[in-house]
Structures are given as structure tokens and as C-alpha cells.
Write a protein of this length. Structure first.
Ligand code: FAD
Length: 469
């Protein structure tokens, strides 16, 4: 297998570990209680929760590359709650369960910081909150419906900020208005993934890297086949993230698309001049969302959603490599932070994001296979929610009848995308319409009716789409 290009994050995290040799690939025939496929946040948290809940459980993790080489080691590092998804959660789960999940997602962020401290690794966890902003006139008030839904429930998750206070915290006057969510943190995501790997190994989890799942045998003798053997298992957990989109069971329920990231060279003095000195997470409210944060050594990592689509869910190596939109993103960053204009872009990369129809992840077991579980579909918000995803999957695999195995999020996917080729063609049409609509609204114009209609078909991303046109 060809080695993937490492994101800046993963290269930094591996260097901090002394560039270790990957764990040995799985060879031969063997067995385990729970075989987890995928060594990202979901797979690793599942393994850790399993060991914490029932230490005698034997757990094997199979990862095709190295742990943290998927989306978990390439993302923006926003450890977000589900506060911006509240309306959808309430619709799916009802008020009581919705509020429980909201609180659990807030606790998950804190739990990640505490876990890293307890297990002796530094994931650069900085609990400095999230600025959800409007970067042009068309985005103004994108958060209003959500803030209103919180107020109705008595939740004070978001605080209003004056434009002056927003500019002070963001270190830029580019954001016209916004709200602040205190419960969010930023992390160095690959350090978190690698730290989870280390903690899982210490708990006795058997991790095999360089081991792609080559096939799954169902029935009484369930096994995961690998290139050089197989793992028989009582339970199997599929935690393969966006790569699962090519499985027939998920082809219609997840839409894979790329997200681009760039990172500047270190420029702590320039950031200090701008006033952006914290680890706050900042995003705008466009559908092809811009989101960024600083690093502990004074860089900015800047991301943009809504990149290339994968026809038929085939991820392959299409979502590896440098960011095709790096130049455009650098221009936006420099417009928003003129003091950084002369700071070079040090690196760029892309990674796969899987969107669902609801914008929320889903968990469950494969149709007709009650012992094969999956946790997928985080829709660009998986850094902290995967902590809960792992908890749900651990409960499902252990057969615990608790609030995690019975949550409505564990009842499988909700909503399908159209079949190919309509999905691929439709996705391009919708994205084109969203771009035109956002460009018109940015300068105070209304988009035409067709673009408004097509844009309304876009599934929710990191944040819900603004309803009013
Ligand atoms: C560029 C980018 C920016 C993002 N920004 C944010 C953000 O700021 N905040 C946020 O909350 N979320 C963000 N996300 C989303 C977040 O990264 C994901 O939701 C999260 O990492 C999902 O974790 P996972 O373990 O489910 O998937 P992954 O981390 O992708 O792990 C799946 C693993 O399975 C392995 N695998 C796949 N197929 C096989 C196979 N057949 N056999 C063996 N192994 C296999 C892969 O190699 C991979 O390591 C972003 C994603 C991207 C790509």
C-alpha cells in the first residue's frame, strides 16, 4: 500500500513520538471478543470505553495505515459540542433525550481534556470556546434559530457578543457579528489520536497497523479477513469513517466530500499584534464553511469545507494529498488577517468528510447482522462527538441495555441521498447554486428563485444552513 501524504498535524505528532515504527500488521488466524476496524477517534474511543467498562474484554483494532492517518489526524481540531445541531437533535430524539445528548456532548469536550491529562499525553487541549460568526452580510443571523431553540430549553450555551468584543477576540474586524460558545475547545487532533492509541495499548488493546480489512465473513463464524490472515470475532465494529461510504449498506446514506486545510509558518509576534492569542475556534457561516484556529507555536490552521465529491462513495486516494484550494484559502486568510500577509503557507492537505442527511452521526448494526456494528456520519463534527460515538458502540458491542445503546442515534441512518449518477450531478448543481446564492447575499442582493430552491436541498454541514434568504 502506498503511504499517504501526512498532514502537518500527523507529521508533528509522529515527530513528537520520535517517529515510531508502526504496530505490526495482523498475520495468521486468530480470535478476539471485539474486532474494531479503523484506528481513528471512533475506533480508538470504542476500544478504550470497552476496556474501561469491561476490562476482561479482548479487543483487536485493525488499521489500514497508522492510527490517526484518516480524518482524525487531518481535521481542524475543533472539539465541538452538539449545541449547533440542537434543533435536529430535538427533532430526532425529543426534548428529554435531546437535552441529555446536548449535555453529554458538552461533557465530552471536558472529558477529552481530562483523559489526556490522566493518561499523560499532551493533545494541546485549549478550552477557549468557539466564535460562530458572519463574515459577510448574507451570513448575518445564521445562528438565530439555534440560539432561540436553546433559550426555549433554558440552555445558555451561546452568548451574544458586541461587534467590538467579537473583533477583539478574533483579532480581526473581518467578522461582522457572531455568538460565542464557551464549551468548545481546540486540540492538535493527530496528537489526540496518537494519545488515544497509546492509552488503548496501555489498557491492553491489541492494535495492528498496515492491516486493511479485505473482507467480512458473516454467520456463525464471523471473521474479518486481512491480506495475511483473519480475525474471528464475537462482535465486529466498523469504524472506518468516510471509507465506509463504498459499502453497499451506506452508499445512499453518506455523501463523501473533501475538506481542505492550510497551515501558516509560525508567526507568534504577528498573531500577538493582531490580538489573536488564544486557542479559540472561529468559523464563518457559509455553507462551504471557513474555520480556523491558532496552534501552540503561533501558526494559523485554516480550513474550508465543501471540496471534491467522490462518485459512488469511492474514497480511494482521492482525498489524500495537498489542498487544491490552498491559494484561494490563503487569500481569504490574508484578507482577514492583513498582519499575516507576509507569513508563508507552510503546508496544505485534504481529508474526507462524510455528510449525512441529518448532519448527525448514526450508529447501529448491519441489516441481518446483529453483531456487526458501525458508527459513522459525523458530518465534519466528530472530534468530540466520537467520544460519545465510542461510548455508544461499546454499549452496543457489550450488549448493555443502557441509555447509550437505546439512544435514537443508535437506530441506524436516517434519510438517503439519491442514487448515482443523480447524486454526483445533483451535488455539483446544489453546490453551484449555494455559491451563487452566498455571493449574491454577501453584497446584499437576493439570489434567483432557482438557486434559492437548489440551495435549500443542501444537507446541513458543520452548522445548520441559514433558513431565510
Ligand atoms: C479536513 C477535515 C477537517 C475537519 N475538521 C473538523 C473539526 O475541526 N472538528 C470536528 O469535530 N470534526 C472535523 N472533521 C471531522 C472529523 O475529523 C471526523 O468526524 C472524525 O475524525 C471521524 O473519526 P473516525 O474515527 O470516525 O474516522 P477516521 O479518523 O477517518 O478513521 C477511520 C480509519 O479507518 C481506517 N480504514 C478505512 N478503511 C479501512 C479498512 N478497510 N481496513 C482498515 N482500516 C480502514 C482509515 O485509515 C482511518 O484511519 C474534519 C475532517 C476533515 C477531513
Amino acid at each position: 500500500m502506498e503511504a499517504r501524504q501526512k498532514s502537518y498535524w500527523l507529521a508533528e505528532a509522529l515527530a513528537a513520538e520520535g517517529n515510531p515504527v508502526p504496530a505490526s500488521p495482523w498475520e495468521g488466524e486468530g480470535r478476539t471478543d471485539v474486532c474494531i476496524v479503523g484506528g481513528g477517534f471512533t475506533g480508538l474511543w470504542t476500544a478504550i470505553h470497552l476496556k474501561q467498562l469491561r476490562p476482561s474484554t479482548d479487543v483487536v483494532v485493525l488499521e489500514m495505515d497508522v492510527c490517526g492517518s484518516g480524518a482524525s489526524g487531518r481535521n481542524g481540531g475543533f472539539a465541538m459540542t452538539w449545541a449547533s445541531k440542537l434543533s435536529t437533535i430535538l427533532k430526532i430524539c425529543g426534548a428529554q433525550e435531546g437535552l441529555r445528548l446536548l449535555r453529554a456532548s458538552q461533557d465530552a469536550v471536558k472529558a477529552i481534556g481530562a483523559f489526556a491529562r490522566q493518561h499523560g499525553f499532551d493533545a494541546h487541549f485549549r478550552p477557549d470556546g468557539w466564535l460562530w460568526t458572519a463574515a459577510d452580510r448574507g451570513q448575518l443571523g445564521a445562528w438565530e434559530d439555534i440560539v432561540e431553540a436553546h433559550k426555549k430549553l433554558g440552555s445558555d450555551a451561546f452568548a451574544d457578543l458586541s461587534p467590538a468584543e467579537l473583533a477583539r477576540r478574533a483579532g480581526s474586524a473581518a467578522h461582522l457579528a457572531g455568538v460565542y460558545e464557551e464549551a468548545v475547545a481546540t486540540v492538535q487532533p493527530a496528537r489526540l489520536a496518537r494519545g488515544l492509541r497509546k492509552a488503548a495499548l496501555a489498557l491492553g488493546v491489541r492494535i495492528h497497523e498496515g492491516t486493511p480489512m479485505a473482507g467480512l465473513d458473516y454467520g456463525r463464524k464471523m471473521r474479518v479477513r486481512t491480506p495475511k490472515g483473519s480475525v474471528a470475532a464475537e462482535k465486529i465494529v466498523l469504524a472506518t469513517g468516510t471509507w465506509a461510504a463504498q459499502m453497499p449498506a451506506f452508499r445512499r446514506t453518506m455523501m463523501p466530500l473533501a475538506a481542505d486545510m492550510i497551515v501558516t509558518a509560525p508567526a507568534p509576534e504577528r498573531l500577538a499584534e493582531s490580538g489573536l492569542t488564544t486557542g479559540v475556534a472561529i468559523s464563518d457561516s457559509s455553507m462551504l464553511v471557513h474555520y480556523y484556529r491558532t496552534t501552540v507555536d503561533g501558526r494559523i490552521v485554516f480550513g474550508k469545507g465543501g471540496g471534491a465529491f467522490a462518485f459512488g462513495g469511492r474514497v480511494g486516494t482521492r482525498f489524500d494529498g495537498p489542498a487544491p484550494r490552498a491559494r484561494e484559502m490563503a487569500a481569504t486568510l490574508k484578507r482577514w488577517y492583513p498582519k499575516l500577509a507576509s507569513v508563508p503557507i507552510a503546508d496544505s492537505w485534504i481529508g474526507p468528510v462524510e455528510r449525512t442527511a441529518t448532519g448527525l452521526p448514526f450508529f447501529g448494526s448491519l441489516p441481518g447482522q446483529p453483531d456487526v456494528f458501525y458508527g459513522l456520519g459525523y458530518t465534519g463534527n466528530g472530534v468530540a462527538p466520537s467520544y460519545l460515538g465510542g461510548r455508544i458502540l461499546a454499549s452496543l458491542a457489550l450488549g448493555l441495555g443502557d441509555e447509550w445503546s437505546s439512544t435514537p442515534l443508535a437506530q441506524g441512518p436516517r434519510g438517503n441521498f439519491p442514487p448515482e449518477p443523480f447524486r454526483y450531478v445533483g451535488a455539483h448543481m446544489v453546490r453551484g447554486a449555494v455559491k451563487r446564492k452566498e455571493a449574491a447575499e454577501a453584497v446584499g442582493r437576493n439570489a434567483n428563485r432557482i438557486d434559492n430552491f437548489l440551495a435549500s436541498l443542501a444537507p446541513a454541514g458543520l452548522t445548520p444552513l441559514k433558513k431565510k434568504s
